[in-house]
Structure formats: structure tokens, C-alpha cells
Design a protein around this ligand. Structure first.
Ligand SMILES: [Zn+2]
Length: 166
């Protein structure tokens, strides 16, 4: 990572980066913090839990920067081999003019991910933030009961609105 990382960003990205650093109370870019300042001691880490991941990735898309933002309606199809492909447009967290990305994931009926992809640069490695956001939305739907056949709570409306109005 370049020591001059921040300086080499485009101007708008540089501004967002400055806002972020200010938000966490840092005067200098973490990439510039000297190596002997970093501590290796998990016992001092915050009590970070699964729900924190969830909140960061999905419930507050406007407050984070790395992750994707708005997962639109999730659509799915069944393949000949009985697997499920789910896809959604994922809009960037900022800039309404930015084009949405197009991640898709392939799941076994029992849950596990078989494959994933996205048309963004990082998506070529199958682990971009858009894929992550899509997976989290699917997981949330299951956990909140929206995928149950006995659900009476308008799952399709939830699917369309989830995240968009947070
Ligand atoms: Zn992506």
C-alpha cells in the first residue's frame, strides 16, 4: 500500500476519506501510522459481534464507505441441477448517478454458496462487497422469516424496500 495513498486518491474520494478519518478521530491516514504503533493483542479488541457486522453492512448503508450500499430487489432462478441463483442490483452508497453493480450468487437449496460473481473489478475474485451485501440481505430475509411459506408479512414488499428507506 502506498504511503501516499490518500494523496493519490481522486479529489472526491479524497474528501470522503477525510470525512471518514475525522469521523473516527484520526489526524493522519492509517496507512501512515508507524508500524510500532499497531498492537497485536486480541484481548484488547472491542466486543464486536455478528449483529455489528450486519448493521455495518446492511442497516446503515449511508454511514459506511467500503460497502456497496443499497441492495435492490433480489430475484432468483432455479438451475437445471436444482441450485438457486439469486441476483440484485446494488447501488453505490453515494452518488445517485453511479451505475449499480450486478452481483449474483449461486446457492444450494440447503444454503451453502456454490459460486458468486459481480461485474465490478473486485467481483472477479468472487468476494466483493456487492456479493457480501447480497448475501447479507438473503440471510436477513431467512432470519426474519420472510422466506417462510407461512409468512404473512408481505415478503415481496420487504424485498423491494429493504435498505432503500433506511
Ligand atoms: Zn462487486
Amino acid at each position: 500500500m502506498s504511503y501516499q495513498y490518500q494523496e493519490n486518491l481522486a479529489l472526491d474520494a479524497q474528501q470522503r476519506y477525510s470525512v471518514k478519518l475525522k469521523l473516527i478521530g484520526l489526524d493522519i491516514c492509517p496507512y501512515k501510522v508507524p508500524a510500532d504503533t499497531w498492537i497485536n493483542d486480541p484481548k484488547q479488541w472491542p466486543a464486536f459481534e455478528y449483529q455489528d457486522v450486519f448493521h455495518y453492512l446492511i442497516k446503515h448503508p449511508r454511514t459506511h464507505f467500503f460497502l456497496s450500499g443499497w441492495v435492490q430487489t433480489v430475484f432468483h432462478m432455479k438451475t437445471d441441477s436444482g441450485h438457486y441463483v439469486l441476483k440484485a442490483d446494488v447501488k453505490p452508497s453515494w452518488g445517485v448517478t453511479d451505475e449499480p453493480h450486478h452481483p449474483w450468487v449461486a446457492l444450494k437449496k440447503s444454503g451453502p454458496v456454490i459460486a458468486a460473481h459481480c461485474n465490478c473489478m473486485a467481483g472477479l475474485r468472487e468476494t466483493c462487497s456487492h456479493v457480501g451485501a447480497l448475501l447479507f440481505k438473503i440471510e436477513a430475509a431467512v432470519r426474519l422469516g420472510y422466506t417462510s411459506s407461512t409468512c404473512t408479512d408481505r415478503p415481496c414488499e420487504w424485498n423491494a424496500l429493504f435498505c432503500k428507506e433506511r
